[in-house]
Each structure stands twice: as C-alpha cells, then as structure tokens.
Design a protein around this ligand. Structure first.
Ligand SMILES: *[C@@H]1O[C@H](CO)[C@@H](O)[C@H](O)[C@H]1NC(C)=O
Ligand SMILES: *[C@@H]1O[C@H](CO)[C@@H](O)[C@H](O)[C@H]1NC(C)=O
Ligand SMILES: *[C@@H]1O[C@H](CO)[C@@H](O)[C@H](O)[C@H]1NC(C)=O
Ligand SMILES: *[C@@H]1O[C@H](CO)[C@@H](O)[C@H](O)[C@H]1NC(C)=O
Ligand SMILES: *[C@@H]1O[C@H](CO)[C@@H](O)[C@H](O)[C@H]1NC(C)=O
Ligand SMILES: *[C@@H]1O[C@H](CO)[C@@H](O)[C@H](O)[C@H]1NC(C)=O
Length: 393
C-alpha cells in the first residue's frame, strides 16, 4: 500500500536508559556533547564472568502514556555533524525508550577480555545479547514488563533473527518473571538472505539507469559466482566476490558511494570515529577510556538467516517482523522500484520501502523512519491491526 507521512496518533511510550556522568567536562566538551545528549543510563552489561557489552539507554522524551509500554533498540537521538552534536528532531526515542548495545563483543566500546573471546558464530552472539538484556532488565525492575523490539540494520539482518529465535526459545524454558517481553523485530537494509539479495544488483542498477547492458552482464556473472560460492559454503570467497560487485558499481557508474547512489559525496566516517574516541565523548557516554571504539567486520556476512526469520514467523504472531529498505542502497535494496514509500503486509510480517534513503535508511530519511517505527510499534496508520498481539498495555 502507498504510504504517506502523516501524524501518528501514538498510544504508547518508549523507554530508554542513560548513564549518569560524574566526570567534569571542559566548556568546549560541554558544547560538543550537550548535557541533553547524554544517555539516561549507560555503561557495561555483564554477559559472562569476564566479558560485558557496552550499552547506552535513552528514555523516551515525549511519551504519551504512563507507565512506559514499549522499548525498542533503535537509532540514536542525536546527530553528529562535522563538529558537534545537534538534536535529532526525528529521533526514535520520542515515544520509546531506546537501548543501544555494542554487540557483538569486539565491536564499538565492547572490548573482549581477550581476543579469543570474540564470538565467531551466531549462537554465541545471540546468547551474549540475551545475557546483556537480562543484565539490563536487572537494572530497573520496571524494564522487564515493557514490550521490547529489536531493531538494527545491515549485518544486524543476520544476528537479530538469530537472537530473536534464541530469546523466544529461551522464553519457552524460563519462568515467567525471567522472560524477555520480545514483541517484534525491525531490520533495515539487512543482509538476511544473501543468496536472494545478491542477485538483484544487476537489475537494480540497470533499471535505475546506472549501468548499460554490457555492464549488467558483467554484474550478473559476478552475482552467479557469488551464488555458487554461497552454495558451496565458501563464506570468505562469497564475501570477496560480493565486495567485487559493491566496488564495481561505483567505479563504472561514478556514484560517490554505493550506500546511497543519489549522494554527491561519500558518507564521512572519520568525524564519527574521532568524536567517539575523544575522552569527552567516552566520559559522557560512560564508556571505558582505555577502549577504542571500533567497527568490526564479520566473515559470515553471506550466510543466510532466512530460516531464523521463518522460525520467528512460524510462531504465529508471537513477534512481528518489520523489514525496511532505502531505495537508493546498492548493497541490499529492493530491485527496480521508484516509490515514495510503500508498505506490504502479510500477517505478522511487514515490508517497507523508504524513499530518499540509502543503506543507512533510518538516518537518511529521518521523518519517514520515525513515522515508520512509531506506526509499526504502535500499530497505527498502514500498520493498524497487524497480525501479532497488541503492543499497548
Ligand atoms: C559484572 O562483572 C564484574 C566483573 O566480574 C563484577 O565485578 C560485577 O559485580 C558484575 N556486575 C553485576 C551487576 O553482576
Ligand atoms: C553543527 O552543529 C552545531 C550544534 O548544533 C552547530 O552550531 C554547527 O553550526 C553545526 N555545523 C555544521 C557544519 O553544520
Ligand atoms: C547467471 O545465472 C543465470 C541463472 O542460472 C543464467 O540464466 C545466466 O545466464 C547467468 N548469467 C551469466 C552472465 O553468467
Ligand atoms: C573460496 O573461494 C575463493 C575465491 O573464489 C577461492 O580462492 C578459495 O580457494 C575458496 N576456498 C575454498 C576452501 O574452496
Ligand atoms: C501455527 O499455526 C499453524 C497453522 O494453524 C500450526 O500448524 C502450527 O503448529 C502453529 N505453530 C505454533 C508454533 O503454534
Ligand atoms: C540519499 O539520497 C537521497 C536522494 O537524492 C537524498 O535526498 C538524501 O539526502 C541522501 N541521503 C544522505 C544521507 O545523503
């Protein structure tokens, strides 16, 4: 169905957690990191006897009901420009509390006790996330009752379905007062099922007018090689071959970045890295000063998580599933669509295409992303009457 931006009559509120910072900051730092940008709670959540994951929690700024009833894990409430933080008017923690967890261990501010502790498989990553959520729930007795939605983008398209299956299975075994109130998952431009996603690059770029027929055949040949490698379980080879496609497209088309083919310049990543690694930011965020914020790259990006999504949906609406894509993404976009915004639904599953956005869809088109997450969680607008149980209490 066509999807237009409109005011969402919100009926629930989100919860976020921030960390209280006692470290004094210089005037310059105070400007770069305004007090309002600090998390409600933050710090480290134990996942094993020796390891913990970094988290930052932002409580809902404009909840519409009390007590809080929903708590998605979402995109951040502030924006970083080249020099300072500015308020994101289209933040996701307007109605909801937002928890950020640097997961897996070894990413972001989550430093492993030893290199050997970095998980290499989805089951361990999922077990760590559940352990971190349990540690989070233990911080405040009121957290556990709030509906929880896991959201993420790109690689999260793999570990969110795996973690969700793990959590729902654990809920079946746990006593009621130790269950996680997981009600849905939202995945943006996720690499959930690479074998299907890797075969649309040629069509997407060709029908967008970015490449010619000869280049299309070249991309198709690369796609076919990637598929063969995936079928053979050669994840390293498959990732390399897919990276070949991702770098081929900008090279022959001249687009500035494969993440958003409408952008004139690549996304600046350096300011984020420098900012997060400043002592001021670490103090304000409650991150360990001795830990460097790092991005991590996973070897198994081409492994499919389709069966985990199917397993979640097979639970007949225990948890709802939202898939959303930015149309301008060359990594994992829908093929050949030029839409203003579209919602397709089938039972507990919803698929959304966001216009004017690339791979980081939730950051690119913030008004649309905010309307989407609020409508989906609260089951209003195009998401009214979705298949699963109600999210309001
Ligand atoms: C987390 O683990 C650390 C190190 O083992 C321990 O000192 C601390 O008490 C634990 N925190 C909680 C809340 O269990
Ligand atoms: C960045 O944000 C700060 C704070 O809102 C603002 O003063 C500054 O002008 C912005 N800089 C750029 C380059 O947009
Ligand atoms: C790619 O594989 C498809 C399906 O097997 C086949 O029809 C097509 O000819 C192949 N294209 C190239 C360029 O290898
Ligand atoms: C995986 O694929 C790469 C690239 O095609 C190849 O070089 C490598 O030998 C393959 N590895 C295995 C174990 O087959
Ligand atoms: C879901 O519903 C289908 C069809 O009614 C049924 O066959 C299946 O057993 C149900 N699954 C669960 C986990 O309840
Ligand atoms: C991505 O491309 C769209 C379409 O041109 C543009 O409106 C948007 O600003 C871009 N996003 C970013 C973050 O640059």
């Amino acid at each position: 169905m066509a999807w237009l931006l409109s005011r969402v009559a919100a009926a629930a509120l989100y919860l976020v957690l921030v960390l209280t910072v006692t470290t004094s900051t210089s005037p310059a730092a105070a400007q770069r990191f305004p007090a309002r940008a600090r998390p409600t709670r933050s710090g480290y959540l134990n996942v094993t006897s020796t390891n913990s994951l970094y988290f930052a929690f932002y409580e809902a700024t404009d909840p519409v009901t009390t007590p809080p009833t929903a708590a998605p894990l979402l995109l951040g409430p502030y924006l970083l420009n080249s020099t300072a933080l500015s308020r994101n008017r289209k933040r996701w923690n307007r109605r909801f509390g937002v928890i950020f967890i640097d997961n897996p261990l070894g990413s972001g501010f989550s430093a492993p006790a030893s290199e050997a502790d970095i998980p290499r498989d989805e089951p361990t990553i999922a077990a760590h996330l559940l352990a971190a959520l349990q540690s989070f729930m233990a911080l405040d007795g009121r957290f556990r009752a709030r509906p929880l939605f896991l959201t993420g983008e790109s690689y999260a398209g793999k570990y969110i379905p795996a973690a969700t299956k793990h959590i729902l299975d654990a809920n079946d075994r746990l006593p009621v007062d130790q269950r996680v109130n997981l009600q849905g998952i939202g995945i943006g431009n996720g690499m959930t099922h690479p074998i299907a996603q890797v075969t649309v690059h040629a069509d997407q770029a060709y029908f967008a007018g970015l490449i010619n027929a000869k280049q299309k055949a070249t991309v198709e040949a690369m796609q076919n090689r990637t598929v063969s490698l995936v079928r053979a379980g050669n994840w390293t080879g498959a990732r390399k071959e897919r990276n070949g496609i991702i770098s081929f497209l900008p090279r022959v088309t001249g687009v500035a970045t494969s993440f958003n083919y409408s952008r004139e310049r690549p996304y600046p990543t350096r300011p984020l890295l420098d900012f997060l690694n400043s002592d001021e930011a670490k103090a304000a965020l409650g991150a360990r000063r001795d830990v460097a914020w790092v991005r991590c790259s996973k070897a198994d990006i081409m492994r499919s998580a389709k069966r985990d999504v199917e397993a979640v949906l097979a639970r007949n609406g225990t948890a709802r599933v939202l898939l959303f894509q930015g149309v301008f993404d060359l990594h994992s976009a829908p093929a050949g669509r030029r839409l203003a915004g579209y919602v397709q639904r089938s039972g507990a599953l919803a698929n959304v295409v966001i216009v004017g956005a690339g791979h980081m869809a939730a950051g690119d088109n913030r008004p649309a992303a905010q309307a989407m997450i609020e409508g989906w969680v609260l089951q209003t607008g195009p998401f009214a009457g979705a298949g699963a149980r109600s999210s309001t209490s």
